[in-house]
Structures are given as structure tokens and as C-alpha cells.
Ligand binder design. Structure first.
Ligand SMILES: [Zn+2]
Length: 221
């Protein structure tokens, strides 16, 4: 994917996140790897109406390579996640249910097996001021080696995707949407009672079932 295609892909992704009602005003940011560089949304831009000029190509140290926009204030966060994981694209928003849970809990319990799409119960990164290396470190620790999404205390949510560029960007956005749905489910379930939490054994059994079904599909094809 060249730079022009990457710009178009990020613009589409911003609209998609907005269509899913994950975007509030100018909050949130998007990025994807383009070769050795990272294309990020600009500071103060609105994800629901990004334009090519709102996107800026930076190197792994955050220096501008192409574009006139100021990179997002969360650039340290994006660069830290790329450095610590195999992420190829990252999405971050202040979606309501995710932000609400991030104010209350230290981990999103496994109420539904769809949490496995983020690696399991989602951890909440302890609070730090936006844009700081402290927040970047906090989120990297919450992701660890086994999660592709995290909540950020009193702030919002983040998810990343891996693999080929377009698939990775789609996956990052989809995971952010799933995380928001899991948070909404958590809130709704608590409104009507005390939810049952899935055990590690039950989640492991789901993972084994998924692997078995995938193998059977491959055998049939
Ligand atoms: Zn934010």
C-alpha cells in the first residue's frame, strides 16, 4: 500500500468509527504503518471528516516525514504500541461505554466469549495525562503480550490490528467496536442483576472449539 492509498484507508476508517458512533468531536486518533514510517491523524482533527491534509507521515521517533499537520498529541502512545507489539494499525477513541467502564473498573470481566477477539478479559491501563510517555507506558503494560486492546482509565479505549495494511486497519477498528460492545454489555448486565463471569476454563474451551472448527474448515476446503 502506498502513501496515497494509506491516506484514503485512514479517511475511510475514521468515517467507519464515526458511523459506529465511537467518535465524539475531535477526540480519538488513528494510525497505520506505511513501510518503515507511520501515518497518523493530525492533532485536533475530526475522525468523522478527515481529509488528506489532516494526515501526517512520521518516523519511529515522531519526526515529520511528509505532511503539514501537527501529529496527534497521542503520537507517543501510538509509537510505543508499535515498538512493543506486532501492530500494523491502531485505533483510539473516547467511546462512551468504554470511557465509562474505564472510570470504574481495573479490568473488564469476561462476560462474553467475544472478549477472546481482544485476547481475553481487557485490562484498564492506570490513568496518566494524555499525550505523555507515562500514558504510553501504562497502555503498553495493560496490553502486555496477550491483548490487542485495552481500556485507558478515565479516558477511553485503544485496539490494534496485525497483518496486511488494510486488514490490520479493519481489524483495529473492528476490535475497538467489539470492546465498546463488551463495555455496553457489562453496563446493561449490571443494570438488571449480577452477571455470571466466564471462567478461564470456559474461555480455554472456546479457544479449543474455535481452533477445532478452523481445522475442520481447512480440511473440507
Ligand atoms: Zn484520547
Amino acid at each position: 500500500m502506498d502513501l496515497e492509498q494509506a491516506r484514503a484507508a485512514l479517511i475511510d476508517a475514521g468515517r467507519q468509527l464515526s458511523d459506529w458512533e465511537l467518535v465524539i468531536a475531535s477526540s480519538g486518533n488513528l494510525s497505520m504503518k506505511v513501510g518503515d514510517h507511520v501515518l497518523v491523524s493530525g492533532s485536533g482533527t475530526h475522525l468523522d471528516r478527515l481529509e488528506p491534509g489532516d494526515l501526517v507521515l512520521i518516523d519511529v521517533d515522531g519526526r515529520t516525514v511528509d505532511g503539514t499537520a501537527q501529529p496527534t498529541s497521542e503520537t507517543p502512545l501510538h509509537l510505543a504500541v508499535y515498538a512493543a507489539t506486532d501492530a500494523e494499525a491502531i485505533a483510539h477513541t473516547h467511546a462512551t461505554a468504554s470511557a465509562a467502564i474505564s472510570c470504574v473498573d481495573t479490568e473488564l470481566p469476561a462476560l462474553h466469549y467475544m472478549c477472546l477477539q481482544l485476547g481475553g478479559p481487557v485490562r484498564v491501563a492506570p490513568y496518566a495525562t494524555y499525550g505523555t510517555p507515562e500514558l504510553a507506558n501504562s497502555v503498553v503494560a495493560a496490553l502486555g503480550a496477550d491483548r490487542s486492546g485495552a481500556l485507558m482509565a478515565n479516558h477511553g479505549s485503544i485496539a490494534y490490528g496485525t497483518g496486511q495494511p488494510q486488514a490490520a486497519l479493519d481489524q483495529a477498528c473492528e476490535r475497538l467496536r467489539i470492546l465498546e460492545w463488551l463495555c455496553e454489555l457489562h453496563i446493561q448486565a449490571h443494570l438488571i442483576g449480577t452477571p455470571q463471569v466466564l471462567s478461564t476454563d470456559q474461555l480455554d474451551e472456546v479457544s479449543r472449539t474455535t481452533a477445532r472448527m478452523r481445522a475442520e474448515r481447512q480440511q473440507m476446503s
